[in-house]
Design a protein around this ligand. Structure first.
Ligand SMILES: [Zn+2]
Length: 141
């Protein structure tokens, strides 16, 4: 809990590319004002969770950050954000937008399998200036 009594509610994994300004949009559109999400920004965002071999350093860095945040802040859910990310150049394949969207689905499934916390995957559409919910998983009630 923070000084003003807010609970740490979740973790947000997103790309730190400053051009789409994802953190601003995430805070405005996806996170209720009463909730605190721990931002884990890095270039490429969650894509190393799907391309673990090619982006192995990024993958290990991200997992280390997630594990530390889980241990220290006890968040209750994940929010995974995708966008039309230029970091795919490092994957060495020509990725269509549809592949980047479906990678968010895979990243959500992977986090769910690892941590068994609710995970929501959103994709930022720059031209429409809005998020699209791709998939959500949560424990069976
Ligand atoms: Zn990006």
């Amino acid at each position: 809990m923070t000084a003003d009594g807010k609970q740490h509610k979740g973790i947000v994994i997103y790309c730190s590319d400053p051009r789409p300004n994802l953190w601003k949009h995430i805070k405005e559109m996806l996170i209720p004002p009463s909730e605190i999400f721990i931002p884990i920004p890095l270039l490429g965002g969650p894509i190393s969770l799907v391309h673990q071999t090619t982006l192995n350093i990024e993958y290990r860095c991200l997992r280390t950050q997630i594990d530390f945040a889980l241990a220290v802040f006890s968040p209750q859910e994940f929010l995974v954000i995708g966008h039309d990310c230029g970091y795919y150049a490092k994957v060495g394949q020509n990725f269509p937008l549809s592949g980047k969207v479906s990678d968010i689905e895979k990243a959500v499934e992977f986090l769910w399998e690892c941590y068994h916390l609710p995970v929501t995957g959103n994709f930022w559409h720059q031209e429409q200036k809005q998020f699209e919910t791709i998939t959500e998983v949560s424990p069976i009630a």
